[in-house]
Design a binder for this molecule. Structure first.
Ligand SMILES: [Zn+2]
Ligand SMILES: [Zn+2]
Length: 121
């Protein structure tokens, strides 16, 4: 049981660099909760919110990344979830809005309004 929301703890959402910064968009939180309820598999987002300094150390990350404002999270593909199911679930939850990118071991989503879909797997 989390102390931030039903299934998540602040330690799972805050920046991993140790600065304890966390921001999360309400819709992004709802999506994390829905994935948790739907698949019934506990997970912590691969990376929580990122402060700007930490984000800059991640190769390939954008300075305007949704990870900084807490609209983007990466959900690890755990045992008991298939990558197709996870991708389709997110695609369906954000019908016509938001971004979803399926990576090899995780699925990235972003609740900012810009629409995009990409499968790298
Ligand atoms: Zn930080
Ligand atoms: Zn991401």
């Amino acid at each position: 049981m989390g102390n931030y929301s039903k299934n998540f703890d602040v330690s799972e959402i805050e920046c991993r660099c140790g600065c304890s910064q966390y921001r999360i968009e309400y819709r992004a939180m709802m999506i994390l909760e829905k994935v948790r309820e739907n698949f019934g598999v506990p997970f912590a987002p691969n990376c929580g919110c990122r402060c700007e300094a930490h984000n800059a150390t991640i190769p390939g990350s954008s300075p305007t990344s949704g990870h900084i404002i807490g609209s983007a999270f990466d959900i690890p593909i755990k045992k008991g979830m298939s990558c197709d199911d996870l991708y389709n679930f997110l695609d369906n939850e954000m019908k016509g809005w938001g971004g979803v990118i399926l990576h090899e071991t995780f699925c990235h989503f972003d609740t900012k309004d810009r629409y995009y879909r990409k499968r790298l797997k």
